[in-house]
Structure formats: C-alpha cells, structure tokens
Design a protein around this ligand. Structure first.
Ligand code: SF4
Ligand code: SF4
Ligand code: FES
Length: 538
C-alpha cells in the first residue's frame, strides 16, 4: 500500500492507484478530459498535469502510479502554468461558440477555461474548419470543430459496448472522430457517448436545443423502464421531464444507462393524461369530484367484503411504488377479503448488460408487499375464465389499464363493477364504473425494489395534471372511506408510509426512506449488487 502526500496531505492507497485517483480520493479536483473512471487510461489530453518532487518537469497524473514517499503538488505554479498552456493549445482551433453550444453550462472545456484560460487568444491565423452537425445516428450528433480528440467516445464503443464503431481519423490538428464509411452508431447504449463527451462535440438529437441546462431543475431518481433500476439525473423545466442522464451507482448501473430508458420520458406529458374523476351513470361516464368517486368505490368494496371477497379481483401494477402496492393489499385483501390479487408481467429480452427481461421496475417490491393470488384464489391468468363464468363481480385495477390486451379487456367487460385508478385515459378507463386519476413514475415519492433486491427511492419530478394524485394518496383515502382497521392516516407522509409498511411486512423489515440515501440499499438478506459487466456485445 503506497503512502504518498498530495499538497501536504498524506494518503495510503491500493497498489496500482494513479496519482489522479489518489487526489480524487482526497476530494482534490485535478482537471481531466480524457480520463474517465469507467474507461482505460489514454493520457492524451495533458490537462491533468501535476508537479512531483524529484521528477523533472510536470507529469500527467492520470497515468502516473502512486508510489511510496511521493510528494505531489497539484496547484504549484509550474503545474498551473503548464495546464494553462495546454488550455491555450486546446482552444487554438476551437470555435469558441459557447453561446450556441448545447454543452454550455456543463462543459469541462468552458469550466477549465474559466479556471485556467487567459481570456484572450494569441492565435491570429485562420482556424481549422471541420464538419458540423454530423449525424452519427438518429440519436447522436457530432460537431468536429468542438472535439478535443480525448477518445473517450472511441474507448466507450471499444471497451463497454464492444461495437467498436468510432475511431480517430486524420492526424495532428486535422484529427477528428468518425464512424466507418457508410456506418452509423447503433445499439441501445449509444447515447452514453453524449454523456461522457467532456465538451459539446457529441450532443443528443432528442435533447439538443430544448433547454439551457442551468434553467432545468436536476433531481436524482431511478429509471422505471426495467427492473435494473438505473440511477438517473432528471432535468425538468416547465413541469416537463426534458432529459434523463445516468447517475453513478457502482452497485447498479456504474456510469451508464440504456437509450430506451433514457428516451422513455414522454408519458407524464402525454395528451391522454387523466385529470379528473369519472363515474358511470346510465351507461355514460360523467365527471365527478374525486371524493364522490372514492365514496362509490368504497361502497362497492363494502359489498364485496360483505359477500366474502371471493368475487373481487385486484390487478396491482408492478410500476407502482412498494408502499402503494402494500396499501392496495391492505384495501383489497386485508379489508375486502379478496384472495385474487396479481400484477401484470411485462417482459422483453435481457441484453446481458443493463437492460433486464423484466420491464416492470418493481416486481420484487410489489410481490414483497403481498400482491399475489392467495390459496384458493386466482391471478391474472385465471381472471379471464372466472370473469367469463360470471364469478368476478368486482374488479379493481390499480395502475394498469390493460390497453393492448384485448382478451383481458373483453373479460373485464363481463364484470358488473370495475374501478380504474391510473394515469392515462386508455384501455379499461373508457368503460370503468369508477375512474380515479393517478400518477406516473415522475410524480411520486416512494420505494422501488430492483431485480437484484436493492431498494431505491424515486422522487417526484413534476406535478400531476388536474385532480390526478399519486395512487398512494387515493388508496389512503379509500382505506379511510372504507373504515379499514389499522390503515395509516390519510395524511401520512411518504416516509411514515415506508416505516409503517416495514413494520407490517417481514420481507421489508428495517426499510426507511431516509436510510436509502442517494444510492439505495439491499433489502435484508439480499446483496442488491448488480452483475454489470464490460466489453459485452450489446
Ligand atoms: S467527440 Fe467528445 S468524447 Fe469523443 S473524442 Fe471528441 S471530445 Fe472526446
Ligand atoms: S437498463 Fe432498465 S433501468 Fe436502466 S436505463 Fe435501461 S430501461 Fe432504465
Ligand atoms: S486526463 Fe490525464 S492526460 Fe487526459
């Protein structure tokens, strides 16, 4: 274990640690462009220069192994001067077009230029002009004039996706990045090159020019498009989610996320969002106050309960938070007595990297909360036959509208009383006896449990439209209206709900919202560690 000193502070590090990594461990921000914690070391940008006692000149810290007794100075006059010279060189041919560059506000070139640059250029001959707005694919746009040829993007396609689609062409100050002739970037992870590009050379076709980044609110949350639960930073403005980018979590997604999850941000602002409650009257749905719809559903559940609960079917989405699923169980099973609870599976193909086959974000949490058929009851598979046979008198759908499932919708049409609590005016919403407008993943605070058993917190990013509310609030009102024994108070905070659920459900014992921190925590008895590899074909 080498022991070295950095700016007079001693630190002991693992053998093989570089000086840059040691400095970062001490929270010293040594400038870097080409170095990235998830990629091999290239050592080509030269901005990470430091001075080391006994060594001639200045050294690049990203490729210098820490050695015993080393005395490093990150901010000596020589190191700062050398970095300023590198900055001047990098900016010689740069277009300096920050006012129209999408990266402005989160650009490392801009940041270090403020820190180290001179504010004026001594270069008085015409700059090199290169290709602008090159479509590397329909998702990634390249500006060769802004590129500093750090090769992060090249190494990403070589080392992480194994697709090897980008390379450096030309030499010297003509160098630029390109794809093979006639080829484009492909695959479900290509937009990660936009995130890791330290400058405005690679931009997202979906996000570019939609908002200046400093106008957006940035919130750490979790992607809800599969059971990996990638940590993300959501950029919001005008009550809209404009962008998702990966947030580092070594236990889940490291520094990456897939494009499908990243682009799955349209639903909260979809035109068919439900904004008001409705009740079926005389064969026609009419708009009502939410309280009236809650009372109608509570009355129907009282009938179901009085009949023993066997004629009640509850479909509870695995897109809901764990607390919402638990509240649905309290209402539909513990109070109304239904043995027939289930979730709707959503499956795709696992890609061997991040994206999993389970496209629900919270199957683990919803199952742990008790959403499954009880002994003698039926699940979604048995629902169709039971409905056809007239054995289902009441059906309550929480967070699932069954759109795209015509056979289930046909079976639902045979049920005399149906209630839909959900976010969009689709599928079952059109024919339900009671409709209560719910929320999407972007509008709620709560816990999701990923496929590896790691509990993570999602946070509200935008407000619900009209009378829509998170399903947890609706279910709390329903429990109160139904007079369910032992139900949490309708005004319970998200943190209190998690605590109450953890006290009631052994599989979730010990869970607290505060205890999850930024990166989540494994459920008791689980590792919660993802099997995220590198160099796989995706
Ligand atoms: S496009 Fe960006 S990531 Fe790729 S080499 Fe240029 S500056 Fe680096
Ligand atoms: S792998 Fe899954 S959780 Fe991660 S970004 Fe993609 S869809 Fe979202
Ligand atoms: S970060 Fe060290 S040379 Fe680029």
């Amino acid at each position: 274990m080498p022991r070295l000193s950095i700016d007079g502070v001693e630190i002991e590090v693992e053998k093989g640690t570089t000086v840059l990594e040691a400095a970062r461990a001490l929270r010293k921000d040594v400038p870097h462009y080409c170095w990235h914690p998830g990629l091999s070391v290239a050592g080509n940008c030269r901005i990470c220069l430091v001075e080391v006692e006994g060594m001639r000149g200045v050294q690049i810290s990203c490729n210098l192994p820490a050695a015993d007794g080393m005395k490093v100075r990150t901010s000596s006059d020589a190191a700062v001067k050398a970095r300023a010279d590198v900055m001047e060189l990098l900016l010689i041919n740069h277009p300096l077009d920050c006012p129209i560059c999408d990266q402005a506000g989160e650009c490392k070139l801009q940041e270090y230029s403020f820190e180290l640059g001179s504010g004026r250029s001594r270069f008085d001959v015409p700059k090199n002009h290169k290709r602008k707005a090159v479509e590397f694919s329909d998702r990634v746009v390249f500006d060769a004039e802004r590129c500093i040829v750090c090769t992060r993007c090249v190494r990403f396609t070589k080392e992480i996706t194994g697709t090897d689609e980008l390379t450096v062409v030309q030499r010297g100050d003509r160098s630029e990045i390109d794809t093979a002739p006639g080829k484009s970037l492909t695959g479900n992870y290509q937009m990660n090159v936009v995130d890791i590009c330290p400058v405005g050379a690679l931009t997202s076709a979906d996000f570019r020019f939609r908002s200046r980044v400093w106008f957006m609110e940035q919130t750490r949350t979790v992607c809800s498009s599969c059971s990996r639960g990638c940590n993300v930073l959501a950029g919001t403005r005008w009550n809209r989610v404009l962008r998702l980018v990966p947030a580092e979590n070594a236990e889940v997604n490291r520094w990456w996320m897939c494009d499908r999850g990243r682009l799955d941000i349209r639903e909260p602002a979809a035109e068919d969002r439900l904004a008001g409650a409705r009740l079926m009257r005389g064969g026609v749905q009419v708009g009502v106050e939410p309280g009236e719809a809650v009372a109608a559903l509570a009355a129907a559940l009282a009938e179901a309960r009085a009949a023993g609960g066997a004629g009640l079917f509850g479909l509870v989405s695995a897109r809901l938070t764990t607390e919402e699923a638990w509240l649905a169980r309290l209402l539909l099973r513990d109070h109304a007595g239904s043995p027939n609870l289930d979730l709707l599976p959503r499956t795709g193909e696992a890609d061997g990297f991040l994206e999993t086959a389970d496209r629900n974000p919270n199957t683990e949490g919803v199952r742990a909360a008790g959403i499954a058929p009880a002994v003698g009851g039926f699940g979604l598979d048995g629902f169709r036959a039971a409905a056809e046979a007239g054995r289902v008198k009441w059906a309550v759908l929480v967070g699932e509208d069954l759109s795209g499932r015509p056979e289930d919708l046909a079976a639902l049409a045979k049920v005399p009383f149906t209630a839909f609590i959900g976010s969009h005016d689709r599928g079952a919403a059109a024919t339900a006896t009671v409709v209560l407008p719910g929320a999407t993943w972007a509008e709620k605070d709560g816990v999701l449990v990923n496929g590896d058993g790691r509990a993570q917190r999602i946070r509200p990013l935008v407000r619900c439209p009209g009378d829509a509310r998170p399903e947890s609030r609706i279910l709390l009102d329903l429990l109160a209206a139904a007079g369910a024994a032992g139900a949490p108070d309708p005004s319970s905070s998200p943190a209190f709900l998690v605590k109450a659920m953890a006290a009631a459900v052994p599989a979730l014992a010990g869970l607290t919202l505060g205890g999850l921190g930024e990166r989540g925590a494994p459920l008791r008895g689980r590792t919660g560690v993802a099997r995220v590899g590198t160099g796989v074909e995706v």
